[in-house]
Every structure is written in structure tokens, then in C-alpha cells.
Ligand binder design. Sequence first.
Ligand code: CTP
Ligand SMILES: C[C@](O)(CO)[C@H](O)COP(=O)(O)O
Length: 227
Amino acid sequence: MNGVVIVAAGTGSRMKMEINKQFIKLNEKEIIAYTIEKFYKHKNIQDIVVVIKEEEAEFFKENILKKYKFENIKIAYGGNERQDSVYNGLKLLDNKCDTVLIHDGARPFVSGYTIDKSIEEVKKHKAVVVGVRVKDTIKVINDKNDIIDTPDRSKLWAVQTPQTFDYNILLKSYEDAFENGFYGTDDAMLVERIGYKVKMVEGSYNNIKITTQEDINIGTQILKIQD
Ligand SMILES: Nc1ccn([C@@H]2O[C@H](COP(=O)(O)OP(=O)(O)OP(=O)(O)O)[C@@H](O)[C@H]2O)c(=O)n1
Ligand SMILES: C[C@](O)(CO)[C@H](O)COP(=O)(O)O
């Protein structure tokens, strides 16, 4: 059984807008509605948990779940960090879920193909993330903005979500991380940390995370391609 935890409980501080970025509309439809729909209509996803801010629960139920007729969606409340939100969502998944996808609510352009590929690959590798090859040269700098390293670009990928795991492995990695006070910026870091290999699966450059206001226009252009 495949379950997805969609995390949408962030503050969207880099967006610098009053409204939570998950509820920003692209072509009259909220970002989070696009994201949920990708998994809701996917034939191979049987359980969906959406993690939202507790204070947005009534708005979310009325303006997203009811409006778009998303049924049987479970709601968990977010925490201070993305990792806390993911963990709160994990705990609500059906205990028959043996595979879990963790996905950012702010990534509405994920494709059905990427979801399929992640579910297929995790059967072999137990832990997979989607990503794309970095196009720019990446520099490492010190606190004085001096460039101290230029990693080999051929080995650099920009990682996205979904990040897909054997449920028990991910739960174990989360429990270990919290026991040791470790916080990562993605879920794979927690699994890598306890010694599991995580496989990279090539995703799409369209699978952007809506983070700053520039991403809204980019997103509107992507919608035209995906329509
Ligand atoms: N405590 C948090 C932080 C983030 N997220 C979610 O994790 C995803 C990726 O995080 P990010 O894009 O950084 O969202 P924010 O943390 O809201 O943005 P910012 O860092 O600009 O405040 C988003 O869908 C966000 O809603 C979450 O559920 N709970
Ligand atoms: C999980 C992630 O989307 C992979 O690129 C990214 O690390 C989330 O970072 P954020 O700062 O929580 O947006």
C-alpha cells in the first residue's frame, strides 16, 4: 500500500506575502489543490495525509477539500520545522502502508510519470529521491564570501520531492534523528545518516518548488506547458 505525506504547514517567509503560499492561486486554482490532485487522481496512491498549519484547518477544509471534493484526505498539523511536519504526517498514515512518498505542498507540478517512477524504483532500492542535474556551476564560499571550493558539477544534482521510502526505514530514520536532535533539510538526509543508500531518480526541471515571488510567474508558464 502506497501512502503520501504532503507537507504544507510552512510559513512561506521567502514568498514575502500575507497569504500562505500554498493558497496562492495559479489560473484561479490554489497551489495546494494542484499538488493534492496529482496524488488524489493517481491510481497507485491509496492513502493521503496533508500536513497544514492548525490555524488554517477550517480554511483548508472549506476552501480546498470541500471545494475540490477531495475525499478521505487525512489532516495532520505541522511543526516548527519541515521535519516535524513530516513526522506528524507519518504518524497518521494507514499502518498497511509499506511505501511512503514525502512531497512538498509547494511543488504542484510533479508529474504522474515521476510518481510512477518513484514507486517503481523504491521497490528495488528502498529509498529514492527525484532530482535534476545542476545546470549552473556551484561554488562553496566562506563567511567572508571568498570562494573556497568548486565541486565537480558532473556529480551535482538538485534534489526535489517526492522522496520515496520503505515506510519502516523512514520511520526508523526519523526516530533516530529526533533521539539525536538531528535536523536535515530533506528526508533523504535522515535515511543516509543511518547508513542506507538512497538512489537518485531523474525528475523534471518543471517540478519546481514555489518559494519566492518569481516562482509564481514561472509556475504560470509551466501550467501552460502541462495543460
Ligand atoms: N515547518 C514546516 C516548514 C515547511 N513545510 C512545508 O515544506 C515544504 C517545503 O518547505 P519550504 O518551501 O521552505 O516552505 P516554507 O518553509 O513555508 O518557506 P520559507 O522557508 O520561505 O519560510 C513546503 O510545502 C512547506 O509548506 C512544512 O510543512 N512545515
Ligand atoms: C525537500 C526539498 O524540497 C528538497 O529540495 C528542500 O530541501 C526543502 O527545503 P525547504 O527549505 O524546506 O524548502
